[in-house]
Design a protein around this ligand. Sequence first.
Ligand code: 0X9
Ligand code: ZN
Length: 420
Amino acid sequence: MKKICFLLLAILGQVTLAKVSYKNYKVYSITPKSEHALKTLIDLETEAMEFSPFQFWHGPTKVGHEVTLMVGPEIQQNIKNMLNNSDFDSRIMMDDVEEKINNENRLWRSDVVNPVNWTVYNTLDEINNWLESLAIEFPSYITILKPGKTHQGRDIVGVKLDFSPLIQKQVVFMESNIHAREWITSAVNTYILDQFLRSTQTDIRALAQKYTWYFFPVMNPDGFVFSHTENRMWRKTRTRYNLFCYGADPNRNWGYQWMNGGASQNPCSDIYAGPRPFSEESVEVMRGFIANITDNMIAYLDFHSFSQMLLLPYGHTTDPLDNYDEMMKIAEVAMAKLEAVHRTSYIFGNVAETIYIAAGSSMDWVKGEFKVPIAYTYELRDRGQFGFLLPAEQILPTAEETLVSVVSIFEEYEKLHPTP
Ligand code: 0X9
Ligand code: ZN
């Protein structure tokens, strides 16, 4: 009996204390070719628990649509058996996830006071300290914002950038890292902010000065810290929902078409929508903040990874938006400009059509409630070679090409709606 208790304690200790290892985890790209194959994948997804030795990076949606599945060594053989069937197309995308995690940040890390330089991925403290340093360096233009706290008591930190605070302008909101593990997204967001402050390029200067900007590089600080310290593949918030499972998906928790497709009521699922809309403190805080600045909001951009896509609302339906044609036209030009920088190709279109049905996102809430004219979700690099574990040497090129496309979005919009 004593022995068993000891063993149990040891296992629990493993589970709660040690950093999760993904040694010998593989990532499969799988395409279900029949309804039966699709159902097998959906059943597997429903089974997923917090400590299951597998995790969907992109969940099953429909026949013919690619799924990304990470698989631990203990069930490798079972998955192989499952896939050994003409109902599935499959290939291995990644051989050892832990090796990719170890290589992700391997560049030289400077020990100067300010380590945000887009050659490594930064921690929450580093990002927040950097934002504070901008407020000191550019006191006339930058205001630090702390609209409230997360479930674990962390500040959600953002900045307002305004080059002419006395003149009222339209507002743009830029969010990233609502999903914890998508580290490239806050790196790109902070790069854009930095360029708006320092670039001497005329098109960038003109854009920066034209609007009032809100940057929130880390929308989900609790999850982000957890993805740095405990589990690199963490996606959700950190609210405890039962004995084993934590977190709701903060991009399924917003109160527009909540739970209307592509979301789950299982607290152990990676797309758990939460017990009710705005149940997550961080989401509730940002709802209050954003609702106060929408009067004059012209654009809402949110950054995710990975897949190389530019997505238009909505996530619950394939019905076109009121300004669908315009949004598609702008996307086409912006993605061509993006591709011209480093030959990175993007696809674009409605969320539900291009990626999958997904209701309850921040972008859909902003678009649905406030009819903000420009609303896009980026799925940044790559297409799956590294997935969420994009090597740090790709931060700068990813950020450069994304900035070019952001400039283009606003230029194209201006052409369609010239300001007098
Ligand atoms: O599933 C998501 O939340 C996003 N993809 S990710 O792989 N980064 O998790 C897609 C968001 C789709 N956006 C809307 N529903 N508007
Ligand atoms: Zn995401």
